[in-house]
Write a protein that binds this ligand. Sequence first.
Ligand SMILES: [Zn+2]
Length: 183
Amino acid sequence: MIRDIVLYGHPALRAKGIRIARVDDSVRQLAVDMLETMEDAAGVGLAAQQVGVPLQLTVVDISCVEDRPSRMWVDGREVDPLGHMPLILLNPQLEPGGEKESGQEGCLSFPEITAEIVRPSRAKVDAVDLEGHPVVFECDGLLARALQHEVDHLHGVLFIDRMNSATRAGLTGRLKRLKRDNS
Ligand SMILES: [Zn+2]
């Protein structure tokens, strides 16, 4: 089922995700719905907060983006990221690393707004899937960026918090309107 994506101004976006202690039918259904919702919206990632549920759950799929490469390593061995999509990550721990780099980001909770955001170029991820199996890997490129963006959501942090002040100032009017319309 496709769920409604909440927009900036909705309080769920500032809520910290609760750790998922047990995977029950409602968590499984939420994950399936989030995959469907992300695909329908042509997004590369979606956090539970964005469908109004403050849980530590995110889905990511970079396979629809062809012009922004990513690399992925499992146990130190490089693997094809496309063979691991979509990712369903519960309680992810993320350790960013590497050089900082700027890249364009959008967010399904901020329609039509994109901005250059500086983030570390790599990320180490330690999570579990719906079966409780560990999902542990390192990555770079778009995948590392998408994961940092989504794990931020799980802690109530939004990409506008990561914008430099000039970029954010340029968006003030649009952000105010969005917030007013969704609070
Ligand atoms: Zn987002």
